[in-house]
Design a binder for this molecule. Structure first.
Ligand code: 5AD
Ligand code: FES
Length: 354
């Protein structure tokens, strides 16, 4: 680590931001010693805002049908080898029931863009989960829809929405997506969601094909403007049945470094140590927590469908029951000196007074 790198980390720690050039030098010139220093500073911000708590979200992957054809994604519509499934409303409620008993107080209903689930269906599902578990938060993650749909689900009780921006550079966006999708609509969705009152999660893959350091810096500045409540990042991992099958995977090393930078730029943001990070490195999620992450999202999907929600190759936790994942996660978190918190784990600006 040279003096510039240390000064850059110190400046990020103090000011929460850095100009493009020093940020580029910090990222491109990073070494192990700089990373350790960055993570130490990130843990200071993490501790100030969240103590040693890690929040849990139970992920329910309720449909892998998708109308989109994103070039990186294993459940893209043109993947004929993907065996499709949909959970019923009863299945989803049963997952939540089981999750509640395991200490989950947030349920993330995630799926492909499956129009078979109409606005009304999702309203019914959201309000059924909320009335069964009034002390829980419901997060939706079902892609791009109209403002009216988002509003209807919010009115039905949905609290949060996850929609990664994927890349803040429109030209890069076009290289990762089919031409029917536009960066403008993605960003429109994100601002609509915020405006409606959702706690919003955005984010990007690390080392997605064609991504440069400049793109990543553009992502950081885009996030600064959007001010999301949650930022999900994970390494790109190729899927064998996609056009990006031969593209190199992203590394845990750069993902962790970016987690550290994100914690310093967004001290209060919810930052998950993602499944993709745990897939690329067996201790990736633990390392993520030590780099500043404070959320984990164990899988609550029924064991029978887990192996079908494969966005990328090698995905972990596909063979485990919800209860096993929960225990495994708790042990992992404790192994690095943190504790699982049983609460909704709202973003600080949404925390209710008690
Ligand atoms: N590798 C890593 N992450 C992926 N995602 C989709 N496909 C892949 C892949 N091959 C991420 C996208 C998406 C989120 C649900 O999963 O960022 O928004
Ligand atoms: Fe799922 Fe370990 S977290 S099996």
């Amino acid at each position: 680590m040279d003096g510039n790198a240390r000064a850059a980390v110190d400046a990020l720690f103090e000011a929460g931001t850095l100009e493009r050039e020093p940020l580029r030098e910090l990222i491109d010139g990073r070494d192990g010693e700089t990373a350790d220093y960055l993570f130490e500073k990130a843990r200071v911000r993490q501790r100030e805002n969240f103590g040693n708590s890690v929040y849990l979200r139970g992920l329910i992957e309720f449909t892998n049908y998708c109308r989109n054809d994103c070039l990186y994604c294993g459940i893209r519509r043109s993947n004929r080898n993907c065996e499709r499934y949909r959970l019923t409303e009863e299945d989803i409620l049963a997952c939540c029931e089981q999750g509640y008993a395991l200490g989950f107080r947030t349920f993330v209903l995630q799926g492909g863009e499956d129009m078979r689930f109409t606005d009304g269906d999702l309203c019914r599902i959201v309000s059924a989960v909320k009335s069964a578990h009034p002390d829980c938060a419901v997060t939706l993650s079902v892609g791009e829809r109209s403002r009216e749909s988002y509003q209807a689900w919010f009115d039905a009780g949905a609290d949060r929405y996850l929609l990664r921006h994927e890349t803040a550079d429109p030209a890069h966006y076009a290289l990762l997506h089919p031409k029917e999708l536009s960066w403008d609509n993605r960003v429109r969705c994100l601002y609509d969601l915020k405006d409606i009152g959702y706690q919003v999660g955005a984010g990007m893959m690390v080392q997605a094909p064609y991504q440069t350091t400049d793109h990543l810096i553009t992502d950081l500045y885009f996030l600064r403007e959007l001010r999301p409540d949650m930022i999900g990042i994970g390494p790109f991992i190729p899927h064998k049945d996609t056009p990006f099958r031969d593209k190199p995977a992203g590394t845990a090393e750069l993902t962790l470094f970016l987690l550290g930078i994100l914690r310093l730029m967004f001290p209060q943001v919810l930052l998950p140590a993602t499944t993709a990070l745990g897939t690329i490195d067996p201790r990736g999620r633990e390392k993520g927590i030590l780099a500043g992450a404070n959320v984990v999202m164990p899988n609550l999907s029924p064991a029978g469908v887990r192996g079908k929600y494969l966005l990328y190759d090698g995905k972990i936790c596909t063979g485990d029951e919800a209860a096993e994942c929960r225990v495994c996660m708790q042990n992992r978190i404790r192994s690095v000196g943190y504790e699982v918190e049983v609460s909704r784990g709202d973003a600080p600006r949404f925390r209710r007074q008690n």
